[in-house]
Ligand binder design. Structure first.
Ligand code: ZN
Length: 199
């Protein structure tokens, strides 16, 4: 890739590190970016820096937010006695889009995977257990993906919570095996939520 200037090559190289972007797409994006009006290119660069600097984990549910406590945790309209546990903020967004879940969330930022060397300490489980001790929670709905990792995580969490006496449920398996929650339509998500079974 020495056909371009060093700066352009560096831009292509950075873009190709993004998920789902191969070298060809990275080249296309890079050429597009350098052809943008100066102002547009600066706005793009600025929004990346700004988002990266302001985004943090909600102190309560651990989702990505630009505030100390996210709007969902802060909302008095949400039922604090129900916590839905999801693998990432995209899954949270998928359930929010249904507009039918009124509880709060807890975002793990991953799932347990012995094959990949990801253990319980590598996801935000400690934070969930701490919440169960301080908040008045009546039900924990485990909505991890139905992949091997998601099921392993669900089982682990349920064993951890059971002794506390708090009700633990798992969303119904209307969700296809290995299915990523964010790609599943809202009707299926709602059916999975409504058909949840106690563990
Ligand atoms: Zn939150």
């Amino acid at each position: 890739m020495d056909y371009y200037s060093d700066d352009l090559t560096a831009l292509i190289s950075e873009l190709s590190k993004l998920p789902g972007i191969g070298v060809k797409s990275a080249q296309r994006l890079a050429f597009h970016i350098v052809s943008l009006p100066q102002e547009s290119a600066e706005r793009l660069a600025g929004s990346i820096t700004k988002a990266r600097n302001s985004i943090r984990y909600c102190k309560c549910c651990q989702t990505l937010t630009d505030r100390e406590i996210c709007p969902i945790c802060q909302s008095p309209a949400r039922d604090p006695s129900t916590i839905m546990v999801v693998e990432n903020s995209r899954d949270l967004a998928a359930y929010e889009k249904t507009g039918r879940y009124n509880g709060r969330y807890h975002v793990l930022h991953g799932a347990i995977s012995p094959a990949l060397g990801i253990g319980p300490a590598d996801i935000r489980l400690k934070e969930l257990m701490a919440r169960l001790q301080t908040e008045d929670v009546k039900e924990v709905i485990i909505a991890t993906n139905s992949s091997l990792e998601g099921e392993t995580t669900a089982m682990y969490i349920s064993k951890l919570i059971k002794p506390t006496g708090i009700k633990v449920s798992r969303i119904a398996s209307g969700v296809p095996v290995g299915g990523d929650l964010e790609y599943i339509d809202e009707v299926t998500l709602l059916r999975a939520l409504e058909g949840r079974v106690e563990l």
